[in-house]
Design a protein around this ligand. Sequence first.
Ligand SMILES: Nc1ncnc2c1ncn2[C@@H]1O[C@H](COP(=O)(O)OP(=O)(O)OP(=O)(O)O)[C@@H](O)[C@H]1O
Length: 246
Amino acid sequence: MKSPTTLFTRLQRLVPAHVKPKFTSGEELIKWNQEQGRQRSESIVRENRAMRMQRVMGRSGIRELHMNCSFDNYRVENEGQQRALALARQYASEFEGNIASFVFSGKPGTGKNHLAAAIGNDLILRGKSVLIVTVADLMSNMKGTFSGTSDTTEERLLHDLSTVDLLVIDEIGMQTESRYEKVIINQIVDRRSSSKRPTGMLSNLDHAGMNQLLGERVMDRMRLGNSLWVRFDWESYRSRVRGDEY
Ligand SMILES: Nc1ncnc2c1ncn2[C@@H]1O[C@H](COP(=O)(O)OP(=O)(O)OP(=O)(O)O)[C@@H](O)[C@H]1O
């Protein structure tokens, strides 16, 4: 095998005079090569994560309306919004190695999805896998696995949902209560908490309503660690959304 210096000297001869190389010695060439390899493998990890999300729910982690939601474009006009924004930002920054889950509960259109997506977008940029899914989507995907034509099984889907770095379940309490729904949410939260993976929940229900709907067992698991419960109780922002702001 050629030494880095010999290789560098040979490369120098081949490179046209006007081209400025990214390295000026054999050692720098090796470093540059290693850095390129690291960047490539990071991008493969990101691509694999996105493909996995695509496989789990037929789409990547975050829906179109919320793809550009960030902490910076969440407008603060009252104390509640200020607190919610600060807590969401802190949750994202302390995510690494944290088992704490979060619940954003309150009125429609107040930014629960916006801030959950901001957390998700921030984590995706840091190489984490994130899925935000409504209970309805979750159930139709679960039920889809029963058909003979499905290329995944109920167990496989449960496994995938239980192993993404952050799973956010949206619209809890929107459906008519079904026993199957409760069992599935219970299993997912149970598997995730026992493998130290946090779950986010978004709901219009309050504490008592969520306890009643999902049961004490699930809600107790949601309280593991330094968990977060944020009330969104101001007026809806929806009438002000034009669709082209971010
Ligand atoms: N403070 C805010 N600043 C900027 N945009 C906001 C703010 N609050 C909400 N929005 C925008 O308003 C729309 C509705 O917000 P979002 O989807 O987060 O509501 P939600 O609380 O999840 O509602 P629901 O309970 O009905 O699902 C989104 O497009 C979101 O980006």
